[in-house]
Design a protein around this ligand. Structure first.
Ligand code: ZN
Length: 272
C-alpha cells in the first residue's frame, strides 16, 4: 500500500488558550509544535497566524513570515499556508502571504455555510488566488466542503489556473457542510480525477473515524487542533499526540508513514 502522508493543522482560527492550553498561538509556539510534530511523523504543516495579543486570526504578513521562516529553518516538512478567510475576507489580505512561496497553500474552491456565517469564495477570488499559486509555483490543496467544489477545482485545471495531478482535502463533519460518513467519503473519492491524491479532515469527534477510513482506503490524513481539540471525549489533546496516534494505527495495519521528501514525490511537488 502507498505510504500515508500526515498533515497537521495545529492552530486554525478558532481554538483559544482558554479552550485548550495546547493550541500554539505565537510564532515560537507554532514553530516548536512543528518540530515536535515532524518528529512524531507529520509530513505537511498547515499554517495559520494569530495576533498574539488577543489570539484572533491574523492576516499580518510579518507574523506569517516569522512562522514560515522558523519552520523552514527547523524542519523539513512541506509548509502549507492557509488562504482561508476567517481572518479577513478580501483577496489582498488572503493573498499577500503567498509571496513567501511556500510549497503548498490551501485553496477553497467554493462557498459554504459555516455554523454562524457564510464562508464566501467567489469565482473571481478563487481564480485570483489560483493565478498567484501558479506564479509562485505553489501546489494548491483544494479544500472541498461539498461535491461541487471538486468540479470547480477541475475547471481551474481546464482554464490552466491549476495543474494535474490535483491534491484534494475533503472536510467532513462541519455543521453546515457535508456530514462525516463513510458513504460521503467514498463518493468524494470516486468523484475526483484519477491520479489525484486526497486527504481527509474530519471535524471534531469525526477526526478519528474519518482518519481510519482514509488509512484503509489509501487516502491521507489531516489531524490537529484546528479541527479537533480532544484526544477522546473530555480529554484534551496535543497536536503531536494526534499525529502519534495516526502513526500507530496506520503502522498497526501495515501502512508505513511518508517522510516529507516521500510526500513531495507522492504529491508531485517541485523539489527546488
Ligand atoms: Zn486551516
Amino acid at each position: 500500500m502507498n505510504k500515508l502522508v500526515i498533515t497537521v493543522a495545529p492552530t486554525g482560527s478558532l481554538p483559544t488558550k482558554k479552550m485548550t492550553p495546547h493550541v500554539p498561538i505565537t510564532p515560537k509556539e507554532i514553530v516548536d509544535t512543528g518540530v515536535r510534530c515532524e518528529a512524531a511523523g507529520a509530513a505537511i504543516f498547515h499554517i495559520h497566524a494569530r495576533n498574539p495579543e488577543d489570539e484572533s486570526a491574523s492576516t499580518d504578513f510579518s507574523i506569517f513570515t516569522e512562522i514560515y521562516q522558523g519552520l523552514k529553518e527547523k524542519t523539513n516538512m512541506i509548509l502549507q499556508i492557509s488562504t482561508g478567510g476567517r481572518a479577513g475576507m478580501g483577496y489582498a489580505e488572503r493573498s499577500e502571504r503567498l509571496k513567501l512561496c511556500p510549497e503548498m497553500a490551501s485553496l477553497t474552491t467554493g462557498s459554504v455555510n459555516f455554523p454562524n456565517r457564510v464562508y464566501a469564495n467567489s469565482p473571481d477570488l478563487i481564480e485570483s488566488l489560483a493565478k498567484d499559486m501558479i506564479q509562485y509555483r505553489i501546489k494548491p490543496e483544494m479544500e472541498i466542503f461539498d461535491c461541487s467544489m471538486i468540479n470547480n477545482a477541475v475547471q481551474l485545471v481546464k482554464k490552466e489556473l491549476a495543474a494535474h495531478p490535483i491534491h484534494f482535502d475533503f472536510v467532513l463533519g462541519l455543521k453546515g457542510a457535508m456530514p462525516a460518513t463513510a458513504e460521503n467519503l467514498i463518493h468524494l473519492k470516486n468523484s475526483i480525477p484519477s491520479a489525484s491524491t486526497w486527504t481527509v479532515a474530519g471535524i471534531g469527534r469525526h477526526q478519528l473515524s474519518m482518519s481510519l477510513h482514509a488509512i484503509l482506503m489509501g487516502g491521507h490524513v489531516r489531524v490537529g487542533l484546528e479541527d479537533n481539540i480532544y484526544y477522546k471525549s473530555g480529554d484534551l489533546a496535543t497536536n503531536e499526540q494526534l499525529v502519534e496516534r495516526i502513526v500507530r494505527l496506520s503502522k498497526e495495519i501495515g501502512r508505513d508513514i511518508a517522510s516529507p521528501d516521500e510526500a513531495r514525490e507522492m504529491l508531485s511537488i517541485n523539489i527546488s
